[in-house]
Design a binder for this molecule. Structure first.
Ligand code: FES
Length: 88
């Protein structure tokens, strides 16, 4: 299956997390921190650190390491606290 990330098509296996699929595709970072804009990606890999946040179908603050990749999803990198159609 495939989903889009930052406008590019990414392949994923059924049951694979977004984070795992992005790493398999060669990405190492996709989020920037709120104050310094430092790059982040998967750090803990178990849902604790929140370094891997992405915007999934307009919904920010989704943990890429815990969220399953789904066919047709539109994933975007997250800047700071996140912006999206469903951001608070
Ligand atoms: S890598 Fe730590 S929460 Fe996802």
């Amino acid at each position: 299956m495939t989903f889009s990330f930052d406008g590019k098509e990414i392949e994923a296996e059924p049951g694979q997390s977004i984070g795992a699929a992005l790493i398999a595709a060669g990405y190492r970072s996709w989020r920037t921190t709120r104050h310094e804009g430092a790059l982040r990606g998967v750090f803990c890999g178990i849902g604790v650190c929140f370094d891997c946040l992405v915007v999934v179908n307009g919904r920010p603050n989704q943990r890429a390491c815990l969220t399953d990749a789904r066919a047709g999803d539109r994933i975007e990198p997250q800047e700071g606290a996140g912006h999206g159609e469903f951001a608070c």
